[in-house]
Design a protein around this ligand. Structure first.
Ligand SMILES: [Mn+2]
Length: 333
């Protein structure tokens, strides 16, 4: 609550605000950013929405989302708001010097940003839940547009109320948001019943390559070539990992996807006795116990089996990692 009061003081004082969504923006970071933009507009304050990656078309229904830009003058702002930013590496751009920052997040691995007001609640299902509480604390009127934005964040991060983070609080707040006029069916139609053929083809590639290894870990890979063959964007791999983690009896699922210069690992589990944050941290990543990930510079190489080939500096990894044996064994190839 102390952070809420400090955040409110800064927001009340600010006149020109930079709202920065995280790289590869999801419905949570975008929903929060758009909700803030609506609030600042109602307060007659200037604000700019920025993200290094353009929001996906499926979030085109979000009020304000068309205001996202990559062109802005970092020297004109008196406040920066960072919604759902788990790690400095997820920042779209460098933070402007000497400008106060409010970070709002819910990732357990987030230690905050030095000098920022860090509003971090790892028990919150989404950053948008925290933003809702902040708005209530501030006495902000939850308009139907704001409600749609915040409910989008909840739909995104609870996997439409299916993940284990779907708490009583999530249902309570979601109900309050629908009472405030959140357009639930618009969210569902755009987020979940809206799959381009390129995405379906990419799912085909990932599901075709799917294996369960001897450690009971479900693994699949998407190479750069897979994305090219399907004419798919990196963001289109979202959702595959959820399907993979629904295989009965596995410890967890991991999807390795290759971008121009990195290998990203996404992991999910439905089990209470598996802590994926610990696995992700071995690769310099983080996240939640049941949903975590990492990014390594390097590429995926197919030998007899799939494995991560980091550029350098990770040689020790194979010796210490409990992930030895995680990669697909040759006899499965
Ligand atoms: Mn989130």
């Amino acid at each position: 609550m102390d952070e809420f009061a400090r955040a409110k003081t800064l927001i009340d004082k600010a006149e020109n605000i930079l709202i920065m969504a995280h790289k590869r923006p999801d419905g949570d970071t975008l929903g929060c950013a758009c909700a803030f933009s609506l609030m600042f507009t109602a307060m007659e304050k200037a604000c700019t929405l920025v993200c290094i990656d353009a929001p996906s078309d499926r979030f085109g229904f979000l009020p304000e989302v068309k205001k996202f830009t990559k062109e802005f003058n970092p020297s004109v702002y008196d406040l920066v708001i960072l919604p759902d930013i788990a790690d400095k590496k997820m920042l779209s751009y460098d933070l402007p010097d000497g400008v106060p920052v409010i970070l709002i997040d819910h990732h357990a691995s987030n230690n905050g940003i030095l000098e920022a007001i860090n509003v971090i609640d790892e028990k919150a299902a989404s950053a948008s839940v925290i933003v809702y509480k902040l708005f209530q604390f501030m006495g902000v009127k939850i308009t139907s547009h704001i409600a749609t934005c915040l409910l989008t964040g909840i739909y995104n991060d609870t996997g439409s109320f299916m993940h284990s983070n779907t708490s009583n609080e999530v249902f309570k707040i979601s109900s309050e948001l629908t009472f405030a006029g959140a357009k639930m069916q618009v969210i569902i139609k755009n987020m979940f019943r809206n799959v381009p053929i390129s995405t379906l083809k990419l799912w085909g590639k990932a599901l075709e390559a799917l294996r369960v290894n001897k450690d009971n870990v479900a693994i699949s890979v998407l190479t750069k070539k897979d994305f090219e063959d399907c004419d798919a964007l990196p963001s289109e791999s979202g959702g595959i990992i959820e399907k993979m983690s629904s295989i009965p009896g596995i410890k967890f699922a991991i999807l390795l996807h290759e971008t121009a210069t990195t290998v990203k690992g996404s992991m999910r589990t439905v089990r209470d006795d598996v802590d994926l944050v610990k696995v992700a941290e071995l690769f310099g990543g983080g996240g939640h116990k049941k949903a975590a990930g990492f990014t390594l510079p390097g590429r995926i190489e197919r030998e007899v089996r799939w494995k991560v080939v980091p550029e350098s500096g990770f040689d020790k990894l194979n010796d210490v990692s409990p992930i030895n044996g995680l990669f697909i064994d040759g006899n499965l190839g």
